[in-house]
Design a protein around this ligand. Structure first.
Ligand code: GTP
Length: 605
């Protein structure tokens, strides 16, 4: 196919604004699949694929479309991950396109991720097609949303489409608009090969399948290739595209989108963002600087049953094959036994990994409270990275401490400005900017506002998001990006149960919060630890100083109650047994606590 007849585009939208539904409609209306065949959303069906044991993941779909001008076009629809944790992947996907359909739900209007996606698309010089979606819904407010799109994003009513991905209204016009407005790909088919990897997954028969956009040159089966960032070399086992079924072809040319099977054993060898070139005739420069994924959020993952440790290790290894951004190393905790300290891109990534481990591998797990990584300069000059709060050196050994910050953007109706500002103060945010969006015509008679803050990433890992949602009655939407490390003044709280330090409960907090956090931890523990035959002190300490304490009073088992008077030898025997029991517990220095009790405290923040 000539380059002039190719269009590479993606759909960008806030979560739930209808990306997958529209993708399905496009697939159906270009005849790639009939409605009956589409039992599930094609672009979004990991679960289904797993059930059927198929490994394909349609990250890019080729659609054949005959336009009103009578010509046939190849439309490549590339899927973008829908969450801020994966912003690097989103940016690589956008770099593989020339155009983006921007969906805005008419019942919701512009949300935080709408803005984030539009800015990213603009940075990549994409042709943006603003599109109001869900116009079939009577509760929609297309005029108000159009006003926002015009005043906030600067798109005119004339260039904005109105569609329903569900009923298909406006979808034919959208297809025509894609052909007319999205420019065909540039690139030189005769130049040395350069292709951008925008996604990859592991297939047990063909090794890593890399999804790529060929920018210059061509790729064919049998070619020997090299990754310019990572230095990996490989031989192409198969070349193809999805329609949405796998379709092997002999080659992919400049401007085309498709996949290559590499035979590589882990996606870490062939990561998103890298440039593929020819081993024998390499290009001079990569397409863009390759940036390996960097974990930002850390937590310990332990099996509930110590005997499941080996299964957990195998499951982690298998997940890692498919997830280059997951990192893990073995960790030991006196309370929880053997487990792993894992690094994630963000909280959502952490939830996904945890869920997959439990659901796909049938493991029962404990996850410790998530933490960030701290840079510590010790008084002896050595710089260390701490990802486990219990490993923070003593205050006297720390010369400098730094922690990661994020820039966050919150969109809310203006009547919640006060609420958000109050929350930000509580969570240590620094206000940067406020902007009123559109005109005051909302249902609530209020205008919507964009509030920008700087905040420690540490604060985001607490109940921040849940509180933001509940305190704004669900109206707030949030987006954030990493913004480097800044100096921090923080302390470590340790928890001692029966004078024994329980590392899994250690937290790093601002000194002024130490007492409250300490109190809340000891009280939660007091609630869940059953009374025993001896007194149990539960203490929270900062640098050896106790900041909170609760005691679980001893329960004196009335062992004599069972002896109906009389038999003195029986009485003595029972008393001795009780003494023995006490000694045993004290001698191992452990409190008998159902593990689940600890877990329930670990899970809350
Ligand atoms: P994420 O994958 O979570 O980002 O969501 P998405 O943007 O892919 O949205 P999805 O297509 O899953 O749609 C979200 C919800 O909106 C679903 O319940 C859809 O049925 C519904 N929906 C999508 N498009 C339309 C539409 O045009 N009209 C109506 N009435 N509902 C729609």
């Amino acid at each position: 196919m000539r380059q002039s007849h190719i269009r590479n585009f993606c759909i960008i939208a806030h979560i739930d604004h209808g990306k997958s539904t529209l993708a399905d409609r496009l697939i159906e209306s270009t005849g790639a699949m009939r409605r009956e065949e589409m039992s599930e959303q094609v672009m979004d069906r990991m679960e289904l694929e797993r059930e059927r044991g198929i490994t394909i993941k349609a990250k890019a779909i080729r659609l054949n479309y005959t336009a009103a001008d009578g010509n046939s076009y190849l439309l490549n629809l590339i899927d973008t991950p829908g969450h801020v944790d994966f912003s690097y992947e989103v940016s690589r996907t956008l770099a593989a396109c020339e155009g983006a359909v921007l969906l805005v739900d008419v019942t919701q209007g512009i949300q935080a991720q709408t803005l984030a996606n539009v800015y990213l698309a603009m940075e990549h010089n994409l042709e943006i097609i603003p599109t109001l979606n869900k116009v079939d819904l009577p509760s929609g407010e297309p005029e108000r949303v159009m006003d926002e799109v015009e005043s906030v994003l600067g798109f005119s009513e004339a260039e904005t489409l109105r569609i329903s991905g569900k009923t298909g209204v406006g979808v034919p016009e959208l297809l025509e608009t894609i052909v007319k407005r999205v420019p065909p790909p540039g690139g030189d088919p005769k130049a040395p090969l350069r292709a951008l990897i925008f996604d990859s997954h592991y297939d047990q028969y063909k090794g890593v399948i890399a999804y790529l956009r060929v920018v210059d040159g061509r790729i064919k089966t049998g070619d020997r290739l090299k990754l310019m960032g990572q230095g990996t070399t490989l031989e192409v086992l198969e070349v193809g595209y999805f329609n949405p079924r796998e379709c092997p072809v002999s080659s992919l040319e400049a401007g085309e989108v498709g996949y290559i099977a590499t035979g590589l054993k882990t996606v870490g060898d062939c990561s998103v963002g890298d440039t593929v070139t020819s081993l024998v005739e390499p290009a001079h420069a990569a397409l863009a600087a390759y940036r390996p994924a960097k974990p930002m959020v850390f937590a310990g993952i332990y099996p509930t049953q110590a005997s499941d440790y080996h299964e957990l290790r195998e499951a982690m290894e298998r997940l890692k094959l498919n997830d280059a951004s997951l990192s893990y190393e073995m960790e030991n905790s006196p309370l929880l036994g053997h487990g792993f300290r894992c690094g994630f891109l963000g909280l959502l990534h952490m939830d996904i990994v945890y869920e997959r481990l439990e659901r796909e591998f049938g493991l029962s797990l404990v996850v410790t409270a998530p933490a960030v990584s701290y840079y510590i300069t010790r008084t002896d000059g050595e710089v260390i990275t701490v990802v486990n709060p219990s490993e923070l050196p003593a205050p006297a050994d720390i010369a400098r401490m730094e922690e990661p910050w994020v820039k966050i953007r919150i969109l809310v109706p203006s009547n919640y400005i006060g609420t958000v500002m109050e929350m930000e103060r509580e969570f240590g945010g620094i206000h940067r900017h406020t902007e009123f969006l559109g005109h005051a015509t909302g249902t609530e008679g209020t205008q919507r506002v964009q509030l920008d803050y700087d905040m420690p990433l540490r604060s985001m890992l607490t109940s921040f998001y849940d509180q933001l949602k509940s305190r704004t009655n669900g109206y707030a939407s949030l987006d954030y990006e990493f913004d480097g490390y800044r100096d921090a003044r923080l302390v470590k709280i340790d928890v001692l149960v029966n004078n024994l330090l329980v590392d899994a409960f250690s937290r790093i907090v601002p000194p002024e919060q130490a007492q409250d956090v300490g109190k809340s931890l000891v009280h939660k523990l007091k609630e869940v630890i059953p009374r025993q035959l001896f007194n149990i002190p539960i203490q929270a300490a900062v640098g050896g100083r106790i900041v909170a304490r609760a005691d679980i009073a001893a329960k004196r088992k009335d062992v004599l109650a069972k002896c109906y008077g009389g038999d003195i030898t029986r009485k003595r025997k029972l008393l001795e047994k009780q003494k023995e029991g006490k000694k045993k517990m004290k001698s191992i220095g452990q409190v008998e606590v159902p593990k689940e009790a600890f877990f329930s405290v670990l899970k809350t923040d």
